[in-house]
Design a protein around this ligand. Sequence first.
Ligand code: PEP
Ligand code: CO
Length: 449
Amino acid sequence: MSAPADPELLAGLDAWRDLPAVHQPTWPDPEHLAAVRDRLASLPPLVFAGEADALRERLAEAGRGEAFVLQGGDCAESFADATADKIRNKVKILLQMAVVLTYGASMPVVKLGRMAGQYAKPRSSETETRDGLTLPVFRGDAVNGYEFTPEARTPDPERLLDAYRTSAVTLNLIRAFTTGGFASLKQVHEWNRGFTKNPAYARYEEIAAEIDRAIRFMSACGVDVESLRTVDMYSSHEALLLDYERPLTRIDSRTDLAYDCSAHFLWIGERTRAVDGVHVDYFSRVQNPLGVKLGPSVTGDDARRLMDVLNPTGEPGRITFITRMGSGTVRDALPALVEQVTADGRPVTWVCDPMHGNTITANGYKTRRFSDVMDEVAGFFEVHRALGTVPGGLHIELTGDDVTEVLGGSEEIDEEGLARRYETLVDPRLNHQQGLELAFQVTELLRGR
Ligand code: PEP
Ligand code: CO
């Protein structure tokens, strides 16, 4: 991956250092930070440029309505949760949802984990005050600790190396699970059958039975369903910490172009998507497929300017616009945006994040209602259907464990119930059942039930 790089490209990759940084930690020791950056730059890439290119093609297919994207995982991954069980549970729920959605959409599902690198968060405030004590806000495990002590909350660059190592072990396990038989279609479908046998989810039994028949039909036709044992799963995280992303950016020897090899897909958040900001500048210079989160304040002009910088030539699959409007707003705010972007002519892939526009506080907890999440998804499909454009996928905060962070679902987590297992470090996640229920309800929506 090392080629004699074009000096202009290299200079461009460091242009962000002269631009005002937003949502970057204040590292107390610049020399320590510089040493960590050098170490990161010497370590192997976590993903390969060719894999990022393959994902770009898959996302282009999703943009044309030939595939459907499922992007999911924690709001903030933690180092402590990088255990075999928790990673397996997350891979398992993504695979289970993907099988249901493959059937529902009658399309291949592009599986994209918010995993193996989602360790840094943009925060609305620099500090947090508790009982008169003010400390730096928690910015994710790549920066500081969650514990409310001065030691934990002081940004520590060693954590960037921990983020790299934890990403590597997570990716290793994802690759093992998705190629070693764990992901076989029959196995994943068996798990889904187990889910629909629970009386709370009897409503989905019929769809599970149809999938069952489809698998038996394929077998009868001579399709070797046992051969469907491996799947592609890609990694993604928010493109936030430039002190991490820059050292992991490498020049691809095939093309002499730059790829951010910390993940296959990176997205620029709602708070850092200013068209003249550091994040848009930096990621315009790497070749990975990119996401940009778009909230209700975005205009068609903003979106077009983002395309001018991030995808001037209109390469399919390069940009995914991840809209997160809120259930009450999606039907009003999305149509004009989609119309103006469509009129531009350069292709984008539209994905719905039904989580971040629907955050509320209940019983002292940051939470979301499952019904609002589903309603935003429904609105997203309605708008695209009405305009004749393509609803390309979903971006979901979820976990494979039985947490109680989001209200509702058939097992009806209520406000009191939130306290039972509220474990997220930042935003509330769908639990295993709610994730699967979302996939079944999307299948119902796709059939216009
Ligand atoms: C997130 O995805 O966790 C996030 C912070 O989202 P947004 O940038 O859309 O607010
Ligand atoms: Co979040």
